[in-house]
Design a protein around this ligand. Structure first.
Ligand SMILES: [Zn+2]
Length: 442
């Protein structure tokens, strides 16, 4: 099956950051086999032609930090004080493999309809999330959440280690890797030590050994809460970033989510260690905490954008990342719209070790593509820099078509591989049941 997309604004995110105000692209199976400016010419033929007149063609968004199953907490955790430790983490206990699958499908549908083609996800029952990702057809890098602490009691500063729980979770992460790593060239796995305060140094070292054995990377939460920073200081005399160095987790194959409460020395360590800091700006806007971005942009720390959970809208998150940085004292062009889009596409692709496969529109790469409908007042007019028009004005409802590995998963804003009405109904049912049980004190 060959596909020709023509007459669209093509935003490549390639090394030269090329943009064609009118361009074309040819897809053969799952790969991009041709692309250029202007008209494709009569020599370029295909089985299927997509006329992208009035649309922009971009690489799919790579969301560097998600919990798609966390769509459970929409509208529940944004306002109450202490809702993360006090409500969300205790409620997670009520998830089952089946409800994780159902809510992951809901979250994956939200991602896909917003133009996210690849997620980097860490959560409970990850093999059930993997099932949903596999079924809907999107791309994912998945890690099972390894903890050796009861997450429902850390709100009371109870960090009692539960080695049995840690061992079982490590075992489950290994099963995930064995079952899914490399599946169809679309699903990849990592180890997911949950956070620097919920995994002991000993267990983290063991996870690092296993990561090297399986040749996979790592995904962890770092310095997301003051309580975590204080616990690390009291217990080990380390900052969360120093914990990464101490355990061996630090490295280019590590995605460190948040890094909200970090020191100047931590910034230096992250830079030297080569880890990717996952920056989830919209989430911080909800929590009211923000990393010292005025020191991080331009510091040499590898940075990529994610949405985290609850709301998985890459466009709003991208915009908040730019604006919040400027309010915190960053220069107007750092980050610019171009930087923001690169931190949402090619940079996270590289962070996940997938830079040779996805993240940009280039010949030989996988056809993970989104088409934005530019024929709307919020995206008109367009001058010679459509990237700025898009980053400052696009909404997820402007996403018209989404392809992953050459397969159309969203067309005319409709999901093609799953029944959306059913996904919504089952998602609502699963969320309501968990909420009811939680209220009943189960
Ligand atoms: Zn997270």
């Amino acid at each position: 099956m060959t596909t020709l997309i023509k007459n669209g604004i093509v935003i490549t995110e390639d090394p030269e950051d090329r943009v064609f105000l009118k361009g074309w692209m040819r897809i053969d199976g799952d790969r991009i086999t041709g692309l250029g400016e202007g008209d494709p010419g009569d020599a370029v033929t295909a089985d299927r032609v997509i006329d992208a007149t009035g649309k922009a063609v971009l690489p799919g968004i790579v969301d560097v930090h998600t919990h798609v199953c966390g769509s459970l907490f929409k509208g529940m955790t944004e306002d109450p004080e202490g809702a993360f430790y006090g409500l969300a983490l205790p409620m997670e206990r009520l998830l089952t493999p089946e409800s994780t699958y159902t809510l992951s499908m809901l979250g994956a549908a939200e991602c896909l309809k917003g133009g996210v083609t690849c997620i980097n996800d860490i959560y409970h029952y990850m093999r059930d999330t993997a099932r949903a990702i596999d079924e809907i057809g999107m791309r994912g890098v998945l890690a099972h959440k390894i903890i050796e602490t009861d997450l429902s009691t850390i709100q009371y500063h109870d960090y009692t280690r539960i080695p049995k729980e840690g061992a079982a979770r490590v075992e489950e992460n290994c099963r995930l890797i064995e079952e899914y790593h490399g599946k169809d060239g679309r699903i990849f796995c990592r180890f997911g030590p949950h956070a620097t305060d919920t995994v002991s140094i000993e267990l983290a070292r063991k996870i690092v050994e296993l990561g090297h054995h399986y040749q996979v990377g790592f995904h962890i939460h770092v310095a997301q809460k003051v309580q975590e920073v204080n616990f690390l200081k009291e217990t080990y005399g380390l900052t969360p970033v120093e914990y990464l160095c101490e355990t061996g987790l630090m490295g280019e194959d590590l995605v460190a989510a948040h890094c909200t409460y970090i020191t100047d020395r931590d910034i230096q360590l992250l830079k030297e260690g080569g880890a990717t800091m996952a920056h989830c700006a919209e989430m911080y806007g909800k929590r009211g905490s923000f990393p010292p971005m005025e020191k991080i942009y331009g510091s040499g720390v590898r940075l990529a954008y994610g949405t985290d959970w609850v709301t998985m809208d890459p466009w709003t998150s991208m915009r908040i990342a730019v604006m919040a940085a400027r309010m915190a004292g960053c220069k107007l062009n750092d980050p610019s719209a171009h930087t923001a889009l690169r931190l949402s596409t090619i940079v996270p692709a590289k962070s996940l070790g997938l830079g040779d496969r996805i993240g940009s529109l280039e010949v030989g790469k996988q056809a993970d593509i989104l088409l934005l409908d530019m024929q709307s007042p919020n995206l008109t007019p367009v001058f010679d820099d459509p990237v700025a028009t898009i980053v400052y004005n696009a909404n997820r409802h402007d996403v018209h078509t989404v392809l992953v590995a050459g397969k159309v998963l969203v067309e005319d804003r409709q999901l093609k591989t799953v029944d959306e009405a059913q996904v919504l109904a089952e998602g609502q049912r699963a969320a309501t049941a968990i909420y009811r049980d939680y209220r009943a004190g189960k």
